[in-house]
Ligand binder design. Structure first.
Ligand code: ADP
Length: 481
């Protein structure tokens, strides 16, 4: 089976978030299952510099304002089509904006070009290559499905994965004339969205199947509260809507071999976590004692519920837990958390910044990780927590609800609990969960059973890749013969 993935990011070449992890991991996880996945990616400098031999397989004399070509290459074990279009992608900074973070004003043009090329390849533009299925990701490649629908590849099954519905790619109606789509596409059931052009909306409309990164988020986005204005359309498409949770890289995140840990361990040698715990106490200036260390590793934002956390820090300390917080983001939240650390020396420690190595040490040394997100399409930190015996305390939403088994009495006595869930995402429910955590931590048999159960959970890509494969097969069965 040949699958063309069209994506603005792919790990390890270019990454701003979880989307890149998915598009980088899927081809590798699917390769062993008889699926050849080739990914079409923009020729950002980071990608153009990663290959030498430039042998174009397709040329564009004019693509959105300049010359462009497509190269078939293999980099880091990934089969790629790289869209070399210097006028669109040869720019410093990140994939979407300049070094100061401001979005490029022509992002619509850049990602319409990527999508148009996706549609062309789906329609047979590269000789000798014909995908059976096209899989797009987020608004940046969503228009691929519109180009397919209004072009040659209308009969090829297509799928879109939504990693975060908050980013939709909405632009003014003025751009429509430059997209190269037929006039009929500017319609309610086409690319039109509230009088403008909606890239994600167009993809959701045209896709044969829609997936998002957890079953609970797939349900949640059907409601006005989580649907970000697209819930009406998503409800209309609900029979074609699926949720598949992300996996994690179980080699990079392996407590038995992780080089960022002071002491490696397994589910059978949990006592060997202790030196990591001491390292966390030292790094965060925490008292050395036996009370649980609850950590936070997060963007400090409203989505992540960090304002809720900030209002209950005193309550958490009062209930006997210590807090180790690593994060950056909203300046007001950074200030509030630093002030809390100053108020509670030895009980709360805060490191402002992004520190990959420290995040590993924390998962390997803290007792629990708290994730009070208001919405969470999938979430990764709770999966790392499970794998590291750092018990997750999560808001019952999205992927958090799907991956953590709450320690209610039945789950504890059946020995299946892996963490704590609370709802709604507010101060009272969070504090109640912390109280439950402190109580469970005081019972070593219950606590180690939860840690071990979490460490047994299958958080690898294998299971998720199997689900994508099932869906690809279903779509192929729907293709007209
Ligand atoms: P999101 O992508 O919405 O931020 P996820 O839980 O899906 O949330 O992924 C966040 C990723 O970023 C995880 O790998 C987490 O460990 C990492 N991370 C977040 N904040 C920090 C930080 N301050 N330092 C190091 N790693 C961080």
């Amino acid at each position: 089976m040949q699958v063309l993935s069209v994506t603005p990011e792919i790990f390890p070449l270019i990454k701003t978030g979880g989307l890149a992890d998915v598009t980088g991991a899927l081809p590798i996880a699917l390769a062993g299952k008889g699926v050849a996945m080739r990914s079409l990616v923009p020729g950002y400098p980071q990608i153009m510099d990663a290959f030498k031999k430039k042998k174009p397989v397709h040329h564009y004399p004019l693509l959105q304002g300049g010359k462009a070509s497509v190269h078939a290459v293999q980099i880091a074990g990934l089969d790629l089509f790289v869209l070399d279009a210097p006028h669109l992608f040869d720019r410093p900074g990140g994939p979407y904006g300049n070094a100061t973070g401001a979005d490029w004003p022509d992002n619509w043009r850049r990602f319409a070009a990527l999508s148009q090329v996706g549609g062309d390849i789906a329609g047979g533009a590269v000789s000798g290559y014909q995908p059976d299925i096209v899989h797009a990701h987020d608004w940046q490649s969503a228009m691929t499905l519109a180009y397919m629908r209004y072009g040659k590849a209308v009969g090829t099954p297509s799928m879109i994965t939504v990693h975060n519905l908050a980013f939709q790619g909405q632009f003014g109606a003025g751009i429509f004339g430059e997209l190269g789509l037929p006039a009929a596409a500017m319609a309610l059931d086409g690319v039109e969205y509230y009088g403008g052009v909606g890239f994600l909306k167009a993809g959701l409309q045209a896709a044969w199947a829609i997936t998002t990164v957890s079953p609970t988020y797939a349900q949640e986005i059907r409601s006005p509260e989580f649907g970000m204005g697209l819930d009406g359309l998503i409800n209309m498409r609900s029979v074609d809507l699926y949720g598949i949770v992300n996996g994690i890289d179980t080699e990079i995140w392996n407590p038995e071999t992780d080089k960022h840990l002071v002491s490696n361990y397994t589910a059978k040698t949990l006592k060997a976590r202790h030196p990591n715990r001491t390292a966390v106490e030292d790094r965060f200036n925490l008292d050395r004692d036996d009370s649980p260390i609850v950590c936070v590793i997060s963007r400090l934002t409203w989505q992540k519920g960090m304002d809720i956390l900030a209002t209950v820090v005193d309550g958490i300390v009062a209930r006997g837990a210590r807090l180790a917080i690593l994060g950056s983001g909203d300046a007001g939240l950074e200030g509030a958390l630093l002030a809390a650390a100053a108020r509670h020396r030895g009980r709360i420690g805060v490191v402002v910044g992004y520190d990959e190595a420290l995040s590993h040490t924390m998962q390997g040394g803290c007792d629990a990780i708290v994730i009070p997100s208001r919405f969470e399409p999938c979430g990764l930190t709770q999966l790392y927590g499970l794998r590291y015996g750092c018990v997750p305390v999560v808001a019952r939403t999205g992927g958090l609800a799907d991956t953590v088994i709450d320690a209610n009495e039945a789950a504890i006595s059946a020995g299946v609990a892996t963490g704590f869930q609370f709802a709604p995402a507010d101060a009272g429910a969070l504090l109640h969960a912390i109280r439950r955590l402190v109580a469970a931590h005081a019972h070593p048999t219950i606590w180690t059973s939860m840690q071990r159960q979490g460490m047994k959970a299958d958080v690898s890509w294998d299971k998720s890749a199997e689900k994508y494969l099932e869906l690809y097969r279903l779509l192929l069965s729907k293709r007209a013969v």
